[in-house]
Ligand binder design. Sequence first.
Ligand SMILES: C=CC1=C(C)c2cc3[nH]c(cc4nc(cc5[nH]c(cc1n2)c(C)c5CCC(=O)O)C(CCC(=O)O)=C4C)c(C)c3C=C
Ligand SMILES: [Fe+2]
Length: 540
Amino acid sequence: MNSGLMYSVSSPSSASPSSTSTATAALTHRNSRLPMLLPRPISSSLRLQCCSAFHVDASLNFYPSKTHAGSKCSLRLSGEQSLCSQQQHDKCAWPLRALVTSTAQDIPITSLIANEKVGVLLLNLGGPETLDDVQPFLFNLFADPDIIRLPRSFRFLQKPLAQFISVVRAPKSKEGYASIGGGSPLRQITDAQASCELTLPTNAEALKKSLWEKNVPAKVYVGMRYWHPFTEEAIEQIKRDGITKLVVLPLYPQFSISTSGSSLRLLESIFREDEYLVNMQHTVIPSWYQREGYITAMANLIEKEVLKFETPDKVVIFFSAHGVPIAYVEEAGDPYKAEMEECVDLIMDELEKRQITSPYTLAYQSRVGPVEWLKPYTDETIIDLGRKGVKSLLAVPISFVSEHIETLEEIDVEYKELALESGIEKWGRVPALGCEPTFISDLADAVIESLPYVGAMAVSNLEARQSLVPLGSVEELLAAYDSKRRELPPPVTVWEWGWTKSAETWNGRAAMLAVLVLLVLEVTTGQGFLHQWGILPLVR
Ligand SMILES: C=CC1=C(C)c2cc3[nH]c(cc4nc(cc5[nH]c(cc1n2)c(C)c5CCC(=O)O)C(CCC(=O)O)=C4C)c(C)c3C=C
Ligand SMILES: [Fe+2]
């Protein structure tokens, strides 16, 4: 952990073994002797992650090469080796990452891909391209059981609930998308990151180009989870193109059940059903926030922006990550928070090497709905920093590599306004990585390094065919995080009047209660809006 200044703001309700809680905003300074308030991500959830990741690593054939964590931790384990000594945990925070168990590394890449058709499948969230797309996009998102985690016995409510929430949320979302030009830029940016063939900015170093430059003539595909081009469409194209070796690369640096996990779960179900895909050699890179190239690229962008301020030492570097409901981390064991904290540490370590000693903090944005999300919240932290006399703030979006509604609207408009109202005078924002050349080149390296470890599902063994990756299982990976899928946690006992986040939370709860009552009425009376829309009865 770097020894710099850090601002930590969170409330006692987020207290947990893995939380960063302190009662109110607290300030420490890089190179000062005051205690650091954000611990290294050695937490109970991380320990769970370590154990499960190790187990899964052995089967998933992920690879640690050329990663920061890989260089810090030179452990190489195989098979059933004992994996979770406390010492190892304390020395290094293990991401979900590769494990090299074979000598495949030594085979030159050119001979590995001779006579092969190599494909790379970039997985991303997707976004509505027009305002008319917003509600159906939201429906797809909320219909995902990895986004709204209903207890198993209530799964039958997933789609009606998704319909209801998407209709209720659409006006607010539409306002946001309208303010950024009428749709999400995500497809265009991801296409640019993927391939030179589409709407690529002429000067962008895109992944496909970078791979070809590195003598790996691969085709790059984009598969979105909730909007076009859907993952299913990308898979169809992959089959049409006769790809024989596929690298699956979620475009989320840190793993979360709600993002990469959801996309991989879907992909696994598609693979399982398809004879061609079952036989196709493939591998998955589940998260890559610790890679040197990514960390360097992030540090480059931050350094450039921080040096634009008159007194860079006084600028608070404000990492803002998309949140997840706290239950994901504390109950389902999502490694997202631990990976995020480690990622921030690695970036700050890199900046410290460059004599950037600005204070920094990490908070979580974009909460939706009636449950408690990861804390500290971005909006509350901004207000608190203003109250503490911070005058310059540099926002760094950290959980996503493209500009999207939450950078262009939430950060650039809402949080900037909030910061200025809170007494912060100078505001800056680090752009998303997009097609930044160091980053794209590092992604290409990640793909190339993964090539020796591709394999096929075991076609002859029906049980082994249950898994996306050879000898292993994404289901298994997710199940390890998901062993205690429970009902959403009880409501927090906070009440505020007016249109506040808390009010939004309570409104959400009231809406959920209302929808449950309506559903019970529908089911018992056989009449109501779901019947009118043809959503019920589920079985005709
Ligand atoms: C790492 C990134 C993301 C995580 C984690 C994540 C979790 C998550 N998101 C929602 C709900 C919504 N997300 C929405 C948009 C959206 N989410 C991400 C990334 C993560 N989500 C991105 C990049 C985007 C924007 C895409 C774009 O169109 O530009 C939306 C829609 C927008 C809105 O109405 O606010 C919702 C809703 C949940 C519930 C969740 C975890 C459970
Ligand atoms: Fe989201």
